[in-house]
Design a protein around this ligand. Structure first.
Ligand code: ARG
Ligand code: GLU
Length: 697
């Protein structure tokens, strides 16, 4: 008996220790629910996803086109990240009302601000439609025949699903490289109003210095409200619309959290590649990432130098700089993570075992075939990477192309608007220096046979990249704001041979004719082989639970709150508090300059209901497997209540898009109590908190 108990206890401990890897399909969550419950989830599969009754999925939305949000009141109040609502906050900002700088709090419903173009999508239902998608297909058919059958069946399924109208949108997504197809039917609301946002000095606290890092103190949240027509259906913006009544909204758990607590992230991760070949991983970690990082380092250094020297330039380039820096930093962590894990060697060993096993099966030869396709594809991928990270980043060139395209459409007002947007944030010396840096790298790194003829001949005419830059920036009319702003469609169209327009056009033509066709052909051949390789992996390891790669569809990731050791001799606690904000606070450092009001509140020590141990919790980390797109996702406790808002991952774990390492992969979330603290004590918007259901037990 004693022995029995200890083995049972051991298996429980092992159960808990099992890696929290995976992003699971909600409709199949019954397959994982036992494991979730063993780890601390107290609800059922039907509570997570149900088509018969309201479930947690009804409180989660795809926010815009790449973030997640969650409902937090019976009156359509929605929570997401500050960086997800950033565009909207910025669009409402002006010199008189700088909501980015000062924050924004609607003090009543009439002050809530509409956002044309912004939508939120609720998942109505999802359905395995593999059989329907493949109806009419048989093994003897060619690839092209299969594709056209799949396309036609998908279109028919979608048309049928959205026929009832009422804001329905549907898509059919491939899972496991086309081995399964799922249809997702969404209800899309388009009257979504801005309700609140902290000042950027809270919402972006730490900026790019802290981005992808732990310990973290970013108050990365913003609040919106969904409006509907009087029948609670989607409707375009109208003054007559009323707050949406959700089928389900999150109750908030403000009673505190502890290391080891169960956490569940429910959201829309964008893209992962867990089942790719070693060749693909090697390309990413040894070629693509290092080159892309080097190119972006040059641009960031140049931008930074000018930004540091001039406040106006800092404002002009802060969003651009943040954009460039975000992936730049992620790639570095990803590359290091892959190298540390030895993913390439591990995958190679796996492929060798698979290949041996595959002998005599339908999978024989799949691995070697993938291997040789990658050899062929690599130089094309490399050329594409260079195109997108070098010539395609030259601002004046992109602007010239954009203007010529608009001129073709003949809309003078669109031209005026585009010119205004461009020149407002354009600083020529940065663009020119970046041109020189990235085009030199382009010259040095693109091999014979994969170089645009236009590039080599233009370089030969000028003699050097520097001379080319002098010529381009001196002679392109697009650098002349007054001149360009005064031109209409005809005038712009006459600039067809402008050096910036010409460079853009020629290099684009090169990519479109010399690179893309072959790259696409090889990629679709790869896709076909992956279809088999994926199925083969599932047969090769029948015991393993395979989750489909992320594709911006709703997923469940569960784990627990846990610290980590980023380097020898260092341990990171899983929690941060406002003490850390005050430690970082420095009026001279832009990223760490907390608002005075924040300092004043901290000085009083009055944290209301949100304090704990003389401080306020700010962020926490956990082992949930998340990716880009999970920003704004609800972080849920064992009872199905909201404890936080996901907004990032730790740098050392960003290779989780390719390989998840339980020792290093952590998602970063806001503690919901910090959100409430900021709304209440900094925003003075306690009326919003009154709408919420807050539990402290
Ligand atoms: N790293 C987070 C994400 O990938 C936050 C990005 C926004 N913040 C920034 N400093 N660029 O979206
Ligand atoms: N910040 C990311 C987003 O916007 C989430 C971070 C990640 O990649 O996990 O989706």
């Amino acid at each position: 008996m004693k022995r029995y108990i200890s083995i049972f206890a051991l298996s429980l401990i092992c159960g808990i220790a099992v890696a929290d890897e995976g992003m699971w399909l909600p409709s199949l969550i019954s397959q994982r629910i036992g494991d979730m419950q063993a780890k601390g989830f107290e609800l059922t599969a039907e509570d997570i996803y149900s088509i018969n009754q309201a479930s947690l999925k009804d409180a989660v939305v795809l926010f815009g086109r790449g973030c997640t949000g969650e409902l937090i009141s019976s009156e359509g109040l929605l929570l997401t990240n500050h960086h997800c609502g950033y565009d909207q906050i910025q669009k409402h900002s002006s010199v008189e009302h700088d909501y980015l700088r000062d924050g924004f709090w609607a003090m009543n419903r009439s002050e809530e601000l509409p956002n044309p173009g912004l939508t939120v999508s609720f998942l109505d239902r999802m359905e395995d439609v593999t059989e329907k998608v493949l109806e009419g297909y048989d093994e003897s058919m060619t690839r092209q025949q299969r594709d056209s059958i799949v396309r036609a069946n998908k279109a028919a399924l979608i048309a049928e699903a959205i026929a009832p109208g009422n804001g329905l949108r549907a898509s059919v997504e491939s899972m496991y490289y086309g081995n399964k197809y799922y249809m997702f039917v969404y209800r899309v609301y388009s009257d979504v109003r801005l309700v609140g946002a902290p000042p950027s000095s809270i919402g972006k606290f730490g900026g790019d210095t802290d981005n992808w890092m732990w310990p973290r103190h970013t108050g990365d949240f913003s609040i919106f409200r969904i409006y509907a027509d009087k029948d609670n259906n989607p409707a375009p913006y109208s003054e007559d619309n009323v707050p949406y009544t959700p089928k389900r909204y999150f109750h908030i758990a403000a009673g505190g959290i502890e290391e080891g607590d169960f956490t569940f992230v429910y959201g829309f991760p964008g893209r992962t590649s867990e089942y790719i070949m070693s060749d693909a991983v090697r390309y990413i970690s040894e070629l693509s990432n290092p080159h892309k990082i080097a190119l972006r380092t040059m641009r960031l250094d140049i931008q930074r130098r000018y930004m540091d020297a001039d406040q106006a330039v800092r404002i002009q380039y802060s969003a651009k700089n943040a954009n460039v820096a975000n992936a730049w930093k992620k790639w570095q962590g990803e590359m290091r993570g892959i190298n540390r894990l030895g993913t390439v060697a591990r995958k190679q060993a796996y492929e060798a075992r698979f290949n041996e096993w595959a002998a005599g099966t339908e999978y024989e030869g799949v691995v070697p075939a993938l291997d040789s396709l990658y050899d062929l594809l690599e130089p094309y991928m490399f050329a594409l990477d260079y195109y997108y990270e070098a010539p395609n980043t030259v601002e004046i060139v992109k602007f010239a192309m954009n203007m010529l395209a608009l001129a073709e459409q003949g809309s003078d007002s669109a031209l005026t608007a585009a010119a205004e947007v461009f020149y407002k944030d354009y600083y020529l010396p940065i663009d020119k220096e970046c041109f020189i840096a990235v085009m030199k790298a382009f010259d040095e790194n693109l091999p014979e046979g994969f170089r645009p003829e236009y590039f080599d001949s233009t370089l030969a005419v000028y003699g050097s990249v520097e001379a080319w830059a002098d010529g381009l920036f001196a002679h392109s009319a697009f650098t002349d704001k007054e001149f360009i702003s005064a031109l209409g469609s005809e005038g712009i169209a006459a600039l067809y041979d402008d050096p910036a327009a010409e460079m853009g056009r020629e290099l684009k033509a090169w990519v479109n004719t010399q690179i893309y066709p072959e790259a696409i052909r090889l990629t679709s051949e790869l896709g076909l082989l992956y279809h088999d390789y994926m199925r083969g992996q599932m047969e090769f390891e029948p015991e393993k639970a395979f989750y489909p790669d992320a594709n911006l569809t709703l997923r469940v990731a569960y784990g627990h709150i846990k610290g980590y050791t980023p380097a020898d001799g260092v341990y990171y606690e899983p929690f941060s508090t406002i003490d850390g904000i005050m430690e970082k606070d420095n009026p001279d450092i832009f990223d760490y300059n907390i608002p005075q009001k924040f300092r004043d509140v901290v000085a009083t020590g009055d944290y209301g209901r949100w304090g704990e141990g003389g401080s306020v919790p700010v962020c926490f980390i956990a082992t949930n497997h998340t990716s880009g797109g999970n920003s704004g996702s609800p972080v849920i406790d064992g009872k199905g209540r909201l404890i936080g808002v996901n907004f990032d991952r730790v740098w050392e774990g960003t290779m989780s898009d390719i390989e998840f390492d339980p020792d290093f992969c952590r998602n970063i979330s806001l503690d919901i109590r910090y959100v409430l603290f900021v709304i209440d004590k900094i925003g003075g918007a306690g009326h919003l908190i009154e709408e919420m259901t807050i539990e402290t037990e």
